[in-house]
Design a protein. Structure first.
Length: 80
């Protein structure tokens, strides 16, 4: 009985880890797709006022904090 409980806990922990990784990488992918689009819109509509920096830095800071949370303060290449 205890073995089943331990295995179930391991599974739940692994599933949560995978969900966190998927969430981070989908956030990063969205950033990489949306920011160039915003830069394009900015340059086409108001090239004298560079407003794209604000969402780029704001969202970028959010991604950094998301990465710290997901990778437990270990950003870089790991076992995964």
């Amino acid at each position: 009985m205890k073995t089943y409980y331990t295995e179930e806990n391991k599974y739940i922990k692994a599933k949560k880890r995978v969900d966190n990784l998927k969430g981070f990488y989908s956030n990063l992918l969205s950033y990489c797709l949306v920011i160039p689009f915003l830069i394009f819109i900015n340059l086409m509509t108001s090239p004298n006022h560079m407003w794209f920096w604000w969402p780029m830095f704001g969202w970028g800071i959010g991604i950094i904090f998301h990465a710290f949370g997901v990778f437990n303060h270990k950003i870089g290449l790991g076992k995964e």
